[in-house]
Ligand binder design. Structure first.
Ligand code: E4P
Length: 231
């Protein structure tokens, strides 16, 4: 499963792209609106450079023609932009038109397998299902995402993108269900790093190594080339 970061913050992408695990990013109007003083176009361009992969930027109109016009303009920001289109009959029509022009679409706000089937038929590259928002209203996101993956089947162009992830287990569930992509907020990506046994294990390795100061000298020599490396 590929990992995208779900954010409007360039600083957050800068920090987490350095881990080397990001394949792309998603933004949305709410995430971009949270960034006081930032120009949305500049943020999208910079995020494209940082992740060097697909970056979703969303249209805000609700009529096909204006969605298409906004989608073309957003796609003009950078070759890596994927136009995010909210699910609706107008959105499906806009998706068909944008994809026929070679502009990739991420259809967002998909909450059922029935909607996902329509999305895939309209030619969307990504089908974004929002797990957290389903769980918020007591609909089991795991079963919905599972149904979407099963309904679209193994041989398909549309990729299932798990979105609205609120905790690390959402990412694990998405991977186990066969989603091609999960888009994850920085806070959740950071939570995915943490395990108490990793932290205590690193501390123990470090303490044991320090108990043999000559080993420290040996390693520093190996690094700077002053110790001959025996093979
Ligand atoms: C997806 O691309 C959306 O930007 C995002 O995952 C929405 O998440 P939320 O439900 O936390 O707003």
């Amino acid at each position: 499963m590929k990992l995208f970061i779900d954010t409007g913050s360039v600083a957050e992408v800068e920090e987490i792209a350095a881990w080397g695990v990001l394949a792309g990013a998603t933004t949305n109007p709410s995430l971009l609106a949270k960034e006081e003083g930032a120009d949305p176009g500049e943020s999208i361009r910079r995020i494209c450079e940082l992740v060097d992969g697909p970056v979703s930027a969303e249209v805000v109109s609700d009529q096909r023609d204006s969605m298409v016009a906004e989608g073309r303009a957003l796609a003009g920001l950078d070759d890596r932009v994927v136009v995010k289109v909210p699910f609706s009959s107008e959105g499906l029509a806009a998706t068909r038109e944008l994809t026929s022009e070679g502009i990739p679409v991420n259809m967002t706000l998909v909450f059922s397998a029935a909607q996902a089937i329509l999305t895939a038929e309209a030619g969307a590259r990504y089908v974004s299902c929002f797990m957290g928002r389903l769980d918020d209203i007591s609909i089991d996101s795991e079963s919905v995402v599972g149904e979407i993956v099963d309904a679209l089947g193994p041989h398909r162009d549309a990729q299932v993108l798990a979105a609205s992830l609120r905790h690390p287990m959402h990412a694990v569930i998405a991977a186990r269900l066969g989603c091609e992509v999960a888009t994850i907020p920085g806070k959740v990506l950071k939570a995915m790093l943490a395990h108490p046994l990793t932290e205590s294990g690193i501390a123990r390795f470090s303490d044991d190594w320090k108990s043999r100061p000559e080993f420290g000298d040996w390693l520093r020599g190996l690094v700077d080339g002053s110790t001959a490396a025996a093979r």
